[in-house]
Design a protein around this ligand. Structure first.
Ligand code: GDP
Ligand code: GDP
Length: 437
């Protein structure tokens, strides 16, 4: 599982600036879900080949002055619950502020590793900047500049090193040949209902209860003689025969499950408009490269006009999911599930496709013969051969010369050719270019 890093600190110290640098994301999930404070941002971060989830505890509502401390405490608390490690950001230009002490008092009492980062330190002597903050009693302050990047990498290395991330257990991975499915979607789309309907129909194999509420539960089951593992995002616990949600919607769990699965079932609510949250979650699925099947739930009881409105809404707002099949289902009544699972299998197969080098190269050659890439100046990009660089998502690596000059539209043309030849539905397909000098 990806480690979760939360950035906390009083307003204006540079939390969002740091968040943007760590995630480089245009696509943060903004949690305005009920039960969470507005303005929390969640994004995928990467440092070298280490990946993590980043939370920006975000802005504060401009409420009465007395409210700010309480609000800050609440934000900080929430971050600590969700995170594996906390980056506490302070402002090196303004020096130690009373609000910093309040946050530090709280952080000292938690069991999470804390990294104290002194921001806005560009052009200043690191020692001088840091000396102000020793008295917070949170260890050695690290001077950084979120805006310019100084020290950020070293700070992050320290943060990630503070966690003992277990090496992935190859043997376990080998044994587990089930298709891993994450059912994701915003609150109330019907995730728990779907899971209960599914598991009511199928044989559930015994599963382990997690140690803490932050651990996702995994539910292995068999359907049509095929093994699947369901990765829960709804915070389900077994109560008698059925699963009940004991937690509110969790963005972190959603991101973890997307990272951890082979195929995502993205649930949408036919009786509600497609929201920005839906689009953000969809964006993360594409970014993670996961195979995808879209399930429009609550299709029961819609009239013809509502059905059409709903389909149009999805086609317009989620156009970037056009690689995935869309199903209409009713989790309550149990209809549409058979077709849904057929597509889960199809998407999984596509995500795991084996693409032999000669075939990849031949398709590329044929595509080039039919339509050449445009010249850049006097040179035309020269595509030489292609090979497969990965699965789930499948990656095609094309080698040649001057490939920096290949346009996005030509790349999409190649992608289309590969999709057609390998009949790839339900998975993103990545094409990467490697130029030799
Ligand atoms: P937040 O309220 O903690 O999220 O803070 P912001 O990220 O919105 O930043 C507050 C202000 O500090 C903005 O004007 C930023 O441009 C500025 N800022 C952020 N990081 C740096 C930095 O490393 N150096 C300097 N000089 N200014 C910074
Ligand atoms: P979750 O928050 O995504 O886990 O959503 P739940 O499974 O708790 O469902 C939220 C609400 O939607 C509940 O009141 C369900 O009874 C209702 N619901 C779920 N599936 C369906 C469905 O297929 N049709 C209709 N009409 N309502 C549904």
């Amino acid at each position: 599982m990806k480690p979760v890093i939360a950035i906390v600190g009083r307003p204006n110290v540079g939390k969002s600036t740091l968040f943007n640098r760590l995630t480089r994301s245009r696509d943060a999930i903004v949690a305005d879900f009920s039960g969470l404070t507005r303005d929390r941002h969640y994004g995928n971060g990467r440092l070298g080949d280490r990946e993590f989830i980043c939370i920006d505890t975000g802005g504060f509502e401009p409420i009465a002055k007395t409210g700010i401390l309480a609000e800050m405490a609440k934000q900080t608390k929430q971050a600590v619950v969700e995170a594996d490690i906390v980056v506490f950001l302070v402002d090196g230009r303004l020096g130690l502020a009373p609000q910093d002490r309040v946050i530090a008092d709280f952080l000292r009492k938690t069991s999470r590793p804390i990294i104290l980062a002194v921001n806005k330190a560009e052009g200043m002597s690191a020692n001088v900047v840091a000396s102000d903050f020793f008295e917070l009693g949170l260890g050695e302050p690290i001077a950084i500049s979120s805006a310019h990047g100084d020290g950020v990498r070293a700070m992050l290395d320290e943060a990630l090193d503070a966690l003992k991330i277990p090496e992935p257990d190859d043997e376990v991975q080998e044994k587990d040949r089930s298709t891993r499915i994450a059912v994701v979607g915003r609150p109330n789309v019907g995730k728990s209902t779907l899971i209960n309907t599914l598991l009511g129909e199928e044989r559930v194999i015994a599963f382990d209860m997690p140690g803490t509420t932050r651990d996702a539960i995994e539910i292995p089951f068999v359907r049509g003689n095929k093994p699947y593992t369901l990765i829960d995002t709804a915070g389900l616990r077994k109560r008698g025969k059925i699963f009940e949600a004991i937690e509110k919607f969790s963005v972190v769990k959603t991101l973890q499950a997307i990272a951890d699965c082979n195929v995502v079932i993205l649930m949408l609510d036919a009786q509600q408009d497609i929201s920005e949250q839906d689009a953000h979650i969809a964006g993360f699925i594409v970014e993670a490269g996961r195979a995808l099947v879209v399930a429009i739930n609550k299709w029961d009881g819609l009239d013809a006009h509502q059905k059409e409105t709903c389909r149009n809404d999805i086609a317009r707002k989620l156009r970037f999911l056009d690689f995935a099949n869309v199903h209409t289902i009713s989790a309550i009544k149990g209809f549409g599930l058979k077709e849904l699972f057929k597509d889960v299998d199809l998407a999984f197969g596509a995500a795991m496709v084996k693409m032999p080098t000669p075939k990849l190269t031949r398709i590329m050659m044929d595509a080039v013969e039919y339509q050449q890439p445009k010249r850049v100046g006097r040179f035309r990009p020269k595509l030489r051969y292609a090979h497969q660089g990965g699965s789930n998502p499948p990656i095609v690596i094309i080698h040649g010369n001057g490939l920096e000059g290949v346009t996005d539209s030509y790349k999409r043309y190649l992608e289309g050719r590969y999709r057609e030849e390998f009949k790839l539905r339900g998975t993103p397909l990545r094409i990467e270019f490697r130029s030799s000098k």
